[in-house]
Write a protein that binds this ligand. Structure first.
Ligand code: E4P
Length: 215
């Protein structure tokens, strides 16, 4: 499973990159707004840190606007993946981007039927939001499971990029189901490392190591 970091905070991306296991970065307008910085500047800086796929979202909601922005994002970096919302215009834009060789990540996916359309359109990634489904009392993981089955049935090449990951259980379940990518906040990446028995065990090893004769 590939790990992407889900943030527009340069400090967090640098920290995640320092782990040596980061495969890519996802951003969205809300994450960029939190930084108070210009979207293009932020993406240019991310491109200098991470060589993997970097999702930059279009802000337009109409086809022409999305296509104009997609072509502009494409010029910013070779590893840019244009993030497009899952709407009728969005699907049309994905088909056009695919024909032009522009990689796409279709965002705001909440059902397996939506994901089927995304794969038919030829998107590079589909981003189902597990946390937001859980928030409204639906099981986000069920949607991931259905998408995995449908994509495997028909050998669709679109990668399942699990988004809106809020905790390590989301990531564990997504990995068990066989999702291709999870995009996670830095907090979740750090939670994956920690286990209380690791901390207790290490403290004991450090203590006992002092009792080992030097020669
Ligand atoms: C990533 O591509 C999504 O925009 C992000 O994971 C959404 O997460 P949220 O539901 O926690 O805002």
């Amino acid at each position: 499973m590939k790990f992407f970091i889900d943030t527009a905070d340069i400090g967090e991306i640098k920290e995640a990159q320092s782990f040596g296991i980061l495969d890519g970065v996802t951003t969205n307008p809300s994450l960029v707004a939190k930084t108070g910085r210009n979207y293009k500047t932020v993406i240019e800086e991310i491109c200098e840190i991470c060589r993997g796929p970097i999702s930059a979202e279009v802000l337009s909601v109409d086809y022409d606007g999305m296509m104009k922005e997609a072509r502009e994002w494409q010029k910013v970096g070779q590893n840019i993946v244009v993030k497009i919302p899952l709407t009728e215009d969005g699907i049309k834009a994905v088909v056009a981007c695919t024909a032009e060789g522009i990689k796409t990540n279709v965002t705001l996916c909440f059902s397996a039927n939506q994901a089927l359309l995304v794969a038919k359109a030829g998107a590079t990634y589909v981003s189902p939001f597990v946390g937001r489904l859980d928030d409204i009392g639906q099981n986000g993981l069920d949607v991931i499971r259905d998408i995995r089955q449908i994509y495997s049935n028909y050998n669709f090449r679109t990668e399942i990029l699990v988004a809106s990951v809020r905790n390590p259980i989301h990531l564990l379940d997504a990995a068990k189901v066989g999702a291709d990518v999870s995009t996670i906040p830095l907090t979740v990446l750090k939670q994956l490392v920690r286990h209380p028995l690791t901390d207790i065990g290490l403290a004991k090893f450090v203590e006992d190591s002092k009792k080992i004769p030097k020669s």
